[in-house]
Design a protein. Structure first.
Length: 416
């Protein structure tokens, strides 16, 4: 009854404006096409609107009508071009809470629209500092998970910090944003080469991959495959192509660094050494989970939940892999975190992405794909990248199977 009262107060155009704003925000926070479309259809229906949404990674089309009026009399179409989304768990939770309050009548449609608009406020200085530190910590922690020597860990962390600064610069300069991945690869390759040639030998390729770990599109590859499986062919194909271009751009930057060093006569000293004891990897797992909570921009009260999810996904994958094989471990981890995320969403009435996304972040095949492409470029032979490409494909299929069966095991609350 409260919802019906709110609808009578809000005009047709105000209800449309709210749904459009909600769609824009969900898209901006990294929601996949099938989840976004289902959520928008449900909210529009609750507000007395008929809505046919169509979403892709770079835009949304929303066709509205008033089912209580004659056909064609109130048809309205909105085209939104928000650009590529970025995961922001705090704002995703806030948008979900606002939508829930509006459709339950606890908040008016106009007030809900204004509340969504307030989420557009830019990140403050503290948030920018945390972003840079998150990049640095993630790169160093992943290098430690690879059990690299101390110098390799420090080098990866330093490169991650520099890339975090580059991210902030790209946010303010659109032209810099266009070539961001290539610049990041160039920066990572250059610093790693200089350290390995002037200070001490490094596990060069592994250090570069660890330093670029946050930029790798493994999550995008998984989401793209999920969309293709859900028959969202245009969106899945576009997202998949974007992920491949990210890998290629990162490789181009790294290849330019290697080529430039060769022209200048700088020879990096490479070693294959992984001396760290078990306790370093355990500490690194906790730090990596914390860094992903920062980079996913979760609210501080949700840090423990996000960290536990990330660690649980990693541990299930690791021990399940030792028991049943690597791909089986990835499948079990994706299955468990997806089902747990959906169960949490139903129990707490909050987005399951708080558990689902952190739970699969350490399982995604982006680092394997980048290693394969770098090896292919360095060796100039297709055979060099075949093993890595096959490993990435197997990991992707196992991850996708876990996502599918996790959703079948426990259905989503409202597709978020």
């Amino acid at each position: 009854m409260q919802t019906r009262d709110a609808m009578t107060v809000a005009s047709y155009t105000e209800r449309i404006a709210f749904v459009v704003e909600l769609a824009r925000h969900l898209h901006a926070y990294g929601t996949t096409s099938q989840r976004l479309e289902a959520a928008i259809e449900l909210v529009a229906h609750k507000l007395g609107l008929a809505c046919e949404p169509w979403s892709n990674p770079t835009g949304i089309i929303l066709a509205f009508s008033d089912p209580s009026r004659p056909a064609g009399e109130t048809d309205t179409t909105r085209l939104i071009r928000p650009g590529l989304g970025d995961t922001n768990l705090y704002k995703l939770c806030e948008a979900d809470r606002i939508a829930e309050d509006v459709i339950c009548g606890r908040m008016g449609v106009v007030a809900g629209h204004e509340a969504l608009r307030r989420l557009d406020r830019p990140t403050g200085r503290r948030g920018q500092v945390m972003l840079v530190l998150g990049f640095a910590l993630a790169s160093a922690a992943v290098a430690a998970l690879f059990r690299l020597p101390n110098l390799d860990i420090a080098t990866a962390g330093m490169i991650g910090c520099l890339i975090g600064g580059l991210v902030l610069a790209a946010q303010r300069r659109p032209r810099l944003h266009e070539g961001f991945e290539a610049l990041a690869g160039l920066l990572a390759g250059t610093v790693a080469i200089l350290v390995s040639s002037l200070v001490a030998p490094l596990n060069l390729n592994t250090v570069v991959i660890a330093s670029l770990i946050v930029l790798l599109p493994g999550m995008t590859l998984a989401l793209a495959t999920n969309e293709l499986t859900s028959r969202h062919l245009v969106s899945g194909t576009a997202r998949f192509a974007g992920a491949l271009m990210t890998v290629i751009n990162l490789t181009i930057g790294t290849a330019i660094a290697l080529g430039g060093a060769e022209l200048l006569g700088i020879a990096p000293h490479i070693r294959a050494l992984r001396p760290q004891p078990d306790w370093v990897a355990w500490v690194a797992m906790v730090l990596a989970a914390y860094s992903f909570a920062v980079l996913f921009q979760a609210h501080r009260r949700d840090y423990p939940l996000v960290m536990l999810s990330a660690m649980a996904g990693y541990l299930i994958s690791r021990f399940g892999g030792e028991w049943l094989g690597a791909q089986a471990g990835v499948f079990l981890a994706a299955l468990a975190t997806t089902a747990a995320g959906n169960a949490y969403a139903r129990w707490a009435n909050r987005p399951g992405a708080l558990i689902r996304l952190p739970g699969i972040i350490m399982l995604v095949p982006g680092s394997v794909a980048l290693r394969g492409v770098i090896s292919l470029v360095q060796a100039q032979s297709l055979n060099a990248g075949q093993d890595a490409a096959l490993a990435a494909l197997n990991t992707l299929m196992a991850l996708l199977a876990g996502l599918i069966f996790g959703n079948l095991l426990v259905s989503a609350r409202r597709n978020l």
